[in-house]
Design a protein around this ligand. Sequence first.
Ligand code: NSS
Length: 428
Amino acid sequence: MFTPIKDILAGKYENQEVNVRGWIYRTRSSGKLAFVTLRDASGIIQATVAKNDVEEKDFENAKKALIESSVKIFGVVAKDKRAPGGYEIRAKKFELIGKADAFPITEYQSEEFLLDKRHLWIRSRELMNVMKIKASLLKYVREWFNENSFYEVTPPTITPNACEGGTTLFEFNYFDKKAFLSQSAQLYLEALIYSLERVWSLTPSFRAEKSKTRRHLAEYWHLEAEEAWVGNEENMKLQEELISYICQSLAKNNRDELEFFKRKTETLKNIEPPFERIKYEKAVEILKNKDFDLNYGMDFGTKEESALCSDIEKPVFITNFPKTVKPFYMKEADEKTYLCADLLAPEGYGEIIGGSERETDYNKLVERMKKQNMSMKDYEWYIDLRKYGSVQHSGFGLGVERIVRWVCKLEHIRDAIPFPRTINRVYP
Ligand code: NSS
C-alpha cells in the first residue's frame, strides 16, 4: 500500500512506517546523506537516505538519480521543523523505478520553450494547481446541475452549420462534404429541451480566432445550459446561482490551491447573488466617460470589457446588446436590442458567460436569416423546431478556461488548459 504525501504532511503517520512513490522534485547529497524531495499528485515531502540505513545500491541510486526520476521509498515518518512541510521520511529502502535523463526545463526559461515542452511542463506546481482547481470546478458544476434537475446531454462537435457566425468557423472535409467544428452546442441543446426541458453539456468548442489575445483559445471547454419555459431574467438568475455555487465550493474545499495563486477565499465567498445588471446603452456611456472612442452599435473588445469590470468585486451582467453585434437566434427585447446578457468577471478578466432568450417565432427567424444571407438549407432542422410546440426558452454558455483564468488570476488563458491550441500552436 502506498500513502499519499498529503496524508503524511497532515500528521497522520508520525513515527510510522510508510511506502510512498512519485517523482524526484529536488535532490542534493553530502557525504553519507542524500536528500531527495519527492512529489506525487497530492504533495511534496523530503526523504533522507543515509548510507548506513539502506543497501549500498540504493544509496548510490539516491545520490545519482536526477530530478523527475520515478522512485519508491519505504521509511519512517519523522517530525522535523527544518523539513519543508514539517515532516520527513527517513528511508530504509530506496527503489529507482524510471531513471530520468537531464530534465530540459531549468529555472529561467522562455514562454515559448515552456510551451514546446508542455508535455513536461504540466508537471510544474503552477499547472498542477490549475488542473486541480479545474477538476474541482467541473465537479461542483456537475453537483449544481444535478441539484437543479438538469439532464446532462452529449451533442455533436461535428456540425453542418455555424452557431456564432462564419468568421471563427473551422471548416473541414467530411467524406467529400463541407462540415465544421462546433462553436457551440446551443442549437442542439435547443432541440433537446423539447424532450428533457432542462439540459446541459460540456463539450470542446472551436473558434478560429485570428487574433492573438490573452483570453482566446482555438479549442476551449464549453459548458452550456438550455431551459424550456424560462425567460432571460430567470436565465440570468440561474447563472448567478451557478457562479456563486462554484465560488463558494472553491473557497470551502480548495484553500491550498487558491493560496498558491494568492486568491483570497474571502473574495470568492463574497460572490453571491444578485449581480449588477447594466444595459449596453448605459455601458457605452460609462466607457465614453472613461475616454473610449466608441458609438452605440459597436461591439466591446478586450479593452472595453476590462474597463467595465476592473473596479468591481462581483461579476456584472451587460444586457440588451444591439442586434448588430449578436447572432441571429436571440429574442428581441425591442426594435434595437436583444434579450441577452454577457457576464463579466471582476478584476478586469472580462466575459465568462454569454447567454440569451431565444427567438421562438418561425417567421422572424427566417426573415432575419435571409437578411444575413444564411443558407436556409443548412438550418432547416433548427427552424423546424419552431413548428412543433415552440415554447419560451433561454440558455447560456460558460467558457471553462475563462473562469479558471479569473479564479487563478492567470495572465494568459493558455495556462488554464494543459495543451493549449492557439493561432500559432498545435504542438505538442
Ligand atoms: O460566443 S459565446 O459568447 N456564446 C455562445 O457560444 C452561445 N451559443 C452559448 C449558449 O448560449 N449556449 O461563447 C460563450 C462563452 C463566452 O462567454 C466565453 O466565456 C467562452 O464561451 N468563449 C471562449 N473561451 C475561450 N476561447 C475562446 N475563443 C472563446 N470564445 C468564447
